[in-house]
Design a protein around this ligand. Structure first.
Ligand code: ADP
Ligand code: MG
Ligand code: MG
Ligand code: MG
Ligand code: MG
Length: 441
């Protein structure tokens, strides 16, 4: 690893750190933390920090509520947006039962189990996520609005854009925390931004996503803006996605690359693509977890609808970007940034590995603009992503590869929580319905 126990003790002393946040994530993707003072650091490193799991959504019942936070030493980082006197550091933790066994409901543990399965096949799994988000203005009372201050479009360098300077500050802050920022740009919609950081092994990539979202939200707030990773905040404008670039490595080499193939893709890559296509309907409730997620998956906004793959086409669900060699990757374009990244990576990997184990073959690639030929695709019986959270939950329940990857505990908690969310939404009367029916009926 990067840090030893002694390194952490020394860093806490030398950097004059006063507080340490012991972080973990609930099954719905919310970051949680138990803050301790520096005086408790030895106890923390001995895995002795306890928390009440019954207060965490989707964790455990009251009668079995004591759980322990086991910090991953390599995740030690100082939060750069906190004061330089009385610094605050964080450690990302695994959740364990009192008897020391890993807690089955810990999303980080779910991903670790999926990665271990890949490990048994001699493979490591890399993920490079591209997160999009909106920066909105706040009103006089500091409440978030959906108004933007910029009029800049995709890749514009407008002087009009307050968001630009905020985005720059976010990038610098993330670099201070060890991120390698590869790209950062304005996105298609007003107020929409994307920051891309370098891919890593998937566990670290999921940790990075949690850190990224916290940094973006915190620094936006410091600049008087509200950052949101809501998938579709503005009707009629592009939504926010989280494309996930994925590759498998064997012995340090990209196992998706094969120079002898016409597309320079390996058999393993084709099987992985086929596995994703076979299970994407089943794991959509994980990668696209909100009622609102399904408002983004509509034609015309670079978000996928039909199950197709392509080497060139940004309307396809799966795109194979141009780079080959170490950069050979499969880009899944359906996920959105409201997902729990640990669970999302776990189900994507499980789907791909299933394709490999069953030696699946993907259908022919489709290089047409899929929005333009939607009617043809329907006629050909090309499958679609679920149209609603409800449909996605039922597809998840029917997919044994996905539910096995999540485990019984997470599956049950997830399905129960998400069905409750769906039922609440279903009972709402929306502005659209009033506009549509109040007069005509
Ligand atoms: P796009 O063309 O879709 O906008 P970007 O350049 O924004 O793509 O993002 C590409 C992402 O893919 C980056 O996070 C990058 O680190 C990641 N990436 C590059 N090579 C690999 C790889 N071998 N495996 C996984 N991700 C990779
Ligand atoms: Mg990008
Ligand atoms: Mg892009
Ligand atoms: Mg983008
Ligand atoms: Mg992309």
């Amino acid at each position: 690893g990067k840090y030893t126990r002694e390194d952490i003790l020394r860093l806490v002393r030398e950097e004059d750190i006063q507080f340490i946040r012991m972080q973990f994530t609930d099954i719905f993707g919310q970051m949680k933390n138990v803050a301790i003072t520096a005086s408790q650091i030895e106890k923390a490193l001995d895995n002795q920090i306890m928390m009440d799991g019954s207060s965490i959504e989707g964790f455990v019942r009251i009668e079995e509520s004591d759980q322990y936070l086991w910090p991953d030493l390599d995740t030690f980082a100082i939060l750069p947006w906190r004061p330089q006197y009385g610094k605050v550091a964080r450690l990302i933790c695994d959740v364990h039962n009192p008897d020391g066994t890993p807690f089955v409901g810990d999303p980080r543990g779910v991903l670790k189990r999926a990665l271990a399965r890949a490990g048994e096949m001699g493979l490591t799994f890399n993920a490079g996520p591209e997160l999009e988000f909106f920066l909105f203005q706040t009103d006089e009372d500091g409440r978030p609005t959906t108004k933007t201050s910029d009029e800049a479009g995709y890749f514009d360098l407008g002087p009009l854009d307050h968001g630009e300077s905020t985005r720059r500050e976010i990038c610098l802050c993330l670099e201070e925390m060890g991120f390698e920022i590869e790209a950062s740009h304005h996105e298609v919609a007003a107020g929409q931004h994307e920051i891309d950081f370098k891919y890593t092994e998937a566990l670290q990539a999921a940790d990075n996503i949690m850190t990224f979202k916290l940094a973006v939200k915190t620094l936006a707030q410091k600049n008087g803006l509200h950052a949101t990773f809501m998938p579709k905040p503005v009707c009629g404008a592009a939504g926010s996605g989280m494309h996930v670039n994925m590759s498998l490595f064997r012995d340090g080499q990209n196992a998706f690359y094969d120079p002898a193939d016409p597309r320079k893709l390996s058999l393993l890559a084709y099987q992985f693509i086929a596995g994703l296509l076979d299970h994407v309907q089943g794991f959509c409730a994980v990668t696209n977890p909100l009622v609102n997620s399904y408002k983004r998956l509509v034609p015309g906004y670079e978000a996928p609808c039909h199950l197709a793959w392509s080497t060139g086409n940004r309307s396809a669900l799966i795109r194979i970007p141009t780079p080959r060699g170490a950069g050979t990757r499969v880009e899944l374009r359906s996920p959105d940034p409201s997902c729990n990244p640990y669970l999302a990576f776990a189900v994507c990997l499980a789907a791909g590995l299933d394709g490999i184990q069953r030696r699946l073959t993907p259908p022919a690639e489709n290089n047409e603009n899929l929005y333009a030929i939607a009617a043809d695709l329907e006629a050909q019986g090309v499958r679609r992503l679920p149209a609603s959270l409800e449909a996605a939950i039922h597809a998840l329940e029917a997919d044994s590869v996905v539910t096995a990857a999540l485990g019984e505990h997470v599956t049950n908690q997830y399905v129960t929580g998400k069905l409750r969310e769906w039922e609440q939404y279903r009972a709402q009367v929306t502005q659209w319905e009033l506009d549509q029916y109040l007069v005509t009926c």
